[in-house]
Design a protein around this ligand. Structure first.
Ligand code: NAP
Length: 544
């Protein structure tokens, strides 16, 4: 016991590791586990005071995963899944965070994690072949490998509104929600933003607030979530098949198996067949709707059928004729902005104490001591909730001062948009890995499946480098250029680039407009990863 605690304190004081992992969400937790399995030392730095990542920070009312819980869990361990029982079709944030803590306990992960510590810089020392990583707590550690498990939607963004610091009430961002929760009872509340976080939180905030004003810039497609308690037999069945289901999920486009994509284009169906397909998928709840036609995300004609159907169903719920047209999305194809799953969202606007303001017609001018001014009118509030999203996919990476060979900064290299090979690494940054980085399926897929795919690839790679005594691995510039081009071409074959979405970086003023994730699907992408590894890391430079 005494020896164990000495070893633990030696580890706590250590400043040299085989790997540093940044972030203790699903990705960082599993990465640590795999590196330990290789007998390597690692330190995880995490800004929060516990594990969880996204699910640590996003504690806003109504926060809930919109991938089904039986699929949104680790698939690498039969024991972990056997001992854990989900309660609802879509797990709420507290349950997911409990699950992550359960896994951290089970795998004894915390002893290699340093919490409440934000990584501020990482610089590659070419001579030593080591990364030096610095934190806001004054740590300075060295490691051969630096692995960014920083998440795709973790850099919360409050728009630069004039006057926010003068506001005398309380304000919150959904992605940085106070741990102790917020009681809105009897308060006048403003919510800015109607993406997934707004759509989930607005109904619950409205239940408490005396008055709620929602500022909407873009009306979004909202589909019924269809959440429900999970029956025992469904849970038991899934426990028996999870590992093989996961193998199957890895071969699909989205990393999920709870629904399949139709193989028939819309034009090859009769109007009745299209209607039946859309209706059954709508009633299924969740993202199944997007699979109604093989070409739903590829042609305007097919997409239009689905969008019209969705608008008609949304219209049925909204009672107030004055706002019905405002709440119906009509400026982008369905699915090209991330769909929002609706649990009483549209109905919320039927309540007399809930008001909708169209920011397109009446832009937000400033924030005052007492509220928000838009279109020349002041809306008073005790609290403002920013459901305004994230600097997605690149923000968490470029906010760390990352310097590769010759001191080149990642943020400079990516000034015109992220450049990666396979979303795993970037030329000029040896032994730096991104888990679900830009250029990989990531946010277009079940994140857990994509995280596992990357963690396992990176762990195998690090294992092979270590065994072969190879100093470094880094993408070749030409392979990276070809990959970036390929990612762009795939996106151009879809309707995705047709909306101002965070996938395109369009929510951040000045951010280059580039479709960042890989749209070719998890299965195809996985085959590419396997080919590259089998060909001795084709497209990567190995340093002797
Ligand atoms: P988001 O989708 O980026 O939505 C942000 C909202 O704020 C949008 O309505 C946006 O309008 C609005 N907005 C931004 N800046 C504004 C400004 N200056 N003035 C007025 N309005 C402004 O962010 P999010 O809702 O946090 O969701 C981000 C992603 O996180 C989701 O798409 C999803 O992938 C993930 N997420 C998942 C879940 C889940 O699993 N259930 C829950 C929450 C989030 P525009 O649309 O016009 O830009």
């Amino acid at each position: 016991m005494a020896q164990e605690s000495k070893a633990a304190s030696r580890q706590a004081d250590a400043t040299e590791f085989d790997a540093v992992i940044v972030g203790a969400g699903f990705a960082g937790m599993y990465m640590l586990h795999r590196l330990r399995g290789l007998g390597l030392t690692a330190r995880v730095f995490e800004a929060g005071d516990g594990v969880g990542g996204t699910w640590y920070w996003n504690r806003y009312p109504g926060a809930r995963c919109d991938v089904e819980s039986l699929e949104y869990q680790y698939g690498f361990s039969d024991e972990i899944q056997r001992d854990w029982t989900w309660t609802e079709r879509y797990a709420a944030q507290p349950e997911i965070l409990r699950y992550q803590n359960y896994v951290a306990d089970k795998l004894d992960l915390r002893r290699d994690m340093q919490f409440s510590t934000r990584v501020t810089a990482a610089a590659y020392d070419e001579r030593a072949g080591l990364w030096t990583v610095e934190t806001d707590r004054g740590d300075r550690v060295q490691a051969k490998f630096c692995i960014m498990a920083t998440g795709c939607l973790s850099a919360a963004r409050v728009p630069d509104f004039d006057g926010l610091n003068e506001f005398e009430g309380a304000w919150y961002h959904t992605g940085d929600w106070p741990k102790e929760g917020v009681d809105f009872t009897g308060k006048r509340v403003i919510v800015i933003g109607t993406g997934s976080s707004g759509v989930q939180s607005i109904p619950l905030i409205a239940e408490q607030a005396a008055h709620l004003t929602v500022f909407q810039r873009t009306a979004n497609f909202t589909l019924p979530a269809g959440n429900r308690p999970l029956p025992k037999d469904e849970i038991e069945r899934s426990k028996k098949t999870l590992l093989q289901d996961r193998q199957h999920a890895r071969t699909t486009a989205g990393g999920i198996i709870c629904f399949e994509y139709s193989e028939t284009p819309a034009a090859e169906m009769t109007p009745e067949e299209r209607q039946r397909e859309l209706e059954s998928r709508w009633n299924m709840g969740g993202f199944a709707f997007l699979g109604a036609f093989a070409d739903l995300m590829a042609t305007h004609e097919a997409n239009h059928h689905a969008a019209e159907y969705a608008r008609a169903r949304m219209r049925e719920v909204i009672k107030d004729p004055a706002i019905v047209d405002l709440l119906l999305p009509n400026d982008h194809p369905v699915g090209v902005k991330r769909l929002c799953l609706d649990t009483h969202y549209l109905e919320t606007f039927n309540q007399p104490h809930v008001e909708l303001v169209d920011v397109r017609k009446a832009p937000i001018e400033k924030i005052t001591k007492t509220g928000v001014v838009s279109g020349g009118k002041e809306y008073e509030a005790d609290c403002i909730v920013f459901a305004t999203g994230f600097d997605a996919m690149t923000g968490a990476l470029t906010s760390i001062d990352i310097a590769g060979r010759n001191g080149v900064k990642l943020s400079d290299k990516w000034a015109a948009g992220p450049r990666t090979y396979l979303g795993l690494g970037s030329a000029g940054f040896p032994n730096l890995f991104f888990i679900t980085g830009p250029g990989s399926p990531s946010v277009l897929s079940n994140m857990i499946v994509s995280i596992e795919q990357h963690v396992e690839w990176i762990a195998d790679c690090i294992g092979r480098l270590t065994e072969g005594n190879i100093r470094s691995i880094e993408p070749k510039k030409d392979a990276e250029d070809v990959w970036v081009e390929h990612v762009n071409e795939l996106a151009a074959g879809t309707l995705y680039p047709q909306a101002n979405s965070w996938y395109m970086g369009a929510n951040i003023p000045g951010k280059p407009r580039i479709f960042m994730p890989y749209a070719g699907g998890v299965g195809v992408y996985g085959e590419k990863l396997a080919e590259v590894a089998a060909a001795d890391y084709e497209g990567f430079e190995l340093g002797a």
